[in-house]
Design a protein around this ligand. Structure first.
Ligand code: PLP
Length: 305
């Protein structure tokens, strides 16, 4: 594996077809991605030099683009190559890559969305944990936010977007309550998801996970596959706040952290440490990833620098 290019130790970014140090990457001020949150993204991880579910991520990215009526200036093959090149240039084995499409801007003075030229940009930084392994061992403390997630009828949660002010405010509330993160509900009192993760609860011998109002996370999907393999009963259904508070086990799933145990929900101690099913799925997830499950080796020779 080649060493990282000088200046790329913190990460790399793809701006207008060039790879630059991530700290120097900038976006035009008038891009509606910034001015209107008119953007979508995919976050992809690599561990030990293996990208995870890359084709599934690219498929979800293409679905988001279609829903937002955006046209990527790069082909799928070029985007795939850009991802490999960003990681190769940084020289990371464990990487967090975000590919982003923004609306771009219309001609100055126009507000015609149809006249925008959509932009592609991306970055690669060292792998990010929502909760680092030491916190996962103890289990996260979760706050149930009183804020509601932006309704799916307004903004489709299956598009991986940046409408995060509800999450951001919920995070601040969580910190005020001494919790590390928060989950938000819908108007019917069902939990949906949190800032960057899906959620599972165990009730007796059944695992439950919300079935709508959230992103179909890749890690969630992976856990559903593992449950099928390991014979763990799991149901995609409505999960009420009361069910969450009464759960036997709770865990969160994300590209940024895998299967993350929760041991406290507000003032309710769920348990002393990760529950047995959570621990089993967490172990299986990382074992399987280590064995190349849904993996694609990073092409470290793809860095032309
Ligand atoms: N929900 C939201 C809102 C997210 O932003 C994310 C990931 O960033 C997830 C769920 C988890 O999805 P994945 O497992 O694909 O990382």
């Amino acid at each position: 594996m080649p060493p990282a290019e000088a200046g790329f130790a913190d990460g790399t970014a793809w701006i207008d077809g060039r790879i630059v140090p991530v700290a120097e990457a900038t976006l035009p001020l008038l891009d509606w991605g910034f001015l209107r949150s008119d953007a979508c993204q995919e976050t992809i991880s690599a561990r030990a030099g293996m990208l995870f579910r890359l084709d599934d991520h690219l498929n979800r990215f293409e679905r988001s683009l279609a829903k937002l009526r955006m046209i990527a200036p790069l082909s799928r093959a070029e985007i795939r190559q850009a991802i490999h090149r960003l990681i190769a240039a940084a020289g990371f084995r464990d990487a967090y890559v975000q590919i982003i499409m923004t609306r771009g801007r219309p001609p100055i003075g126009s507000r015609d969305i149809r006249l925008c030229s959509n932009r592609f940009q991306a970055f690669c930084i060292p792998y990010v944990w929502i909760a680092p392994p030491a916190v996962q061992e103890r289990g996260l403390h979760l706050h149930v936010s009183r804020r509601l997630r932006v309704p799916p009828a307004s903004v489709d949660p299956m598009v991986k977007h940046y409408h995060w002010l509800d999450f951001e405010m919920a995070l601040m509330d969580a910190h005020d309550h001494g919790a590390e993160t928060a989950v938000v509900s819908d108007a019917e009192g069902n939990i949906t998801e949190g800032p960057g993760f899906n959620i599972f609860v165990r009730q007796g011998d059944r695992l439950l996970t919300p079935r709508h109002g959230m992103l179909d996370g890749m890690t969630r999907r992976s856990v559903l596959e593992l449950c099928a393999e390991l014979g763990i009963a799991v149901e995609e259904t409505e999960v009420t706040v009361d069910a969450l508070r009464a759960a036997d086990e709770v865990f969160l799933t994300s590209t940024a952290g895998g299967v993350m145990p929760v041991t406290r929900v507000d003032d309710i101690a769920i348990r002393n440490g990760p529950g047995a099913i959570t621990a089993r799925l967490r172990q299986a997830y990382w074992d399987r990833r280590g064995a190349g499950w849904h993996g694609e080796a990073v092409d470290y020779s793809s860095n032309p620098h």
